[in-house]
Design a protein around this ligand. Structure first.
Ligand SMILES: C[S@@+](CC[C@H](N)C(=O)[O-])C[C@H]1O[C@@H](n2cnc3c(N)ncnc32)[C@H](O)[C@@H]1O
Length: 274
């Protein structure tokens, strides 16, 4: 099959999933029966052409994601990090401390503020953004610091009103659908000073073992239950650190990515110098 220059998001996911399964220069087939020969060196384009109907579905999924976290806010700290993850968390915290998030710091999707306290220790100013007022209420009780400003906003609609020395996000990139990946990284670049740096934390594919993965959503997604018995869909894209590094290199970022146990990784990024 010859790939057109622009392919639909649906085809891109299908190819991506197939690429993960196939060895070098193997042939596989898509669910519609099309045979695909996929040399390992082929990179799936990161600019997806999203048909408008799918765009509506994606917007609906992203709205569900916000609703899910709003409903989960009160039980978030009891369920995340998962019990038994203390060692990984300590390693991630060590890595963040070594990175030294100084100066003006921006935290995207701060949630209940699990990382905001550590960021606030070194930052001269910290802006923490999240869409959920319930999450922000918990974070602002946890982090009482005049240098911290909490902003309630949808990250996909938000624009920075200043430049930051550091942009930090934990457990957020996996909630960015592939269709918004490039645009999200443009936002990150637009938020940084010339010498700005990024620190991010997220989950590796092994973490999917604890999730109910959904295959028919407008983006890779999982379904999660809350304690009241309701079930919610949220976008979830797992990355291996090397895969993310390569993908970001294509967008002009210099990335150093490190696994932490089988479940987590962290990465530091800065715009690459031409
Ligand atoms: C998995 S939590 C991560 C929270 C925190 N960073 C942590 O590591 O504990 C994801 C967060 O993203 C927020 N979120 C989801 N969709 C969002 C959106 N479109 N704009 C801003 N925040 C969003 C949720 O409210 C939630 O607080």
């Amino acid at each position: 099959m010859t790939l057109p220059r622009t392919i639909s998001a649906e085809t891109a996911y299908a190819l991506e999933r197939l690429q993960d399964k196939l060895g070098e220069d193997e042939t596989g087939s898509l669910s519609d029966g099309h045979a695909v020969f996929l040399p390992r060196r082929v990179r799936i384009p990161s600019h997806y052409d999203v048909p408008s109907m799918m765009g509506d579905e994606l917007d609906a999924l992203l709205a569900e994601q916000v609703a899910y976290y709003r409903a989960r806010a009160g039980e978030y700290d009891a369920t995340s990090p998962l019990p038994g993850d203390d060692k990984s968390r300590a390693k991630l915290l060590d890595a963040l401390q070594s990175f030294a998030p100084r100066g003006r710091v921006l935290e995207l999707a701060c949630g209940t503020g699990q990382w905001t306290t550590a960021l606030a220790e070194r930052a001269s100013e910290l802006t923490a953004v999240d869409a959920s007022p319930e999450m922000l209420a918990i974070a602002s009780t946890r982090v009482r610091n005049d240098r911290v400003r909490f902003v309630q906003s949808d990250i996909f609609a938000w624009r920075p009103d200043q430049r930051y020395d550091v942009v930090f996000f934990s457990a957020w990139l996996s909630h960015v659908p592939p269709q918004r990946f490039d645009r999200f990284w443009t936002l990150v670049a637009d938020s940084l000073t010339e010498t700005g740096r990024v620190f991010l934390i997220d989950e590796r594919p092994a973490a999917a073992a604890d999730e109910e993965v959904i295959s028919d959503a407008a983006a890779p997604a999982v379904a999660r239950p809350l304690s009241d018995g309701t079930r919610h869909r949220t976008v979830k894209v797992f990355y291996e650190p090397d895969e993310l590094r390569d993908r970001l290199a294509n967008l002009g970022w210099a990335v150093s990515a490190h696994p932490v146990g089988s479940r987590f990784f962290y990465a530091t990024c800065r715009p690459s110098v031409e």
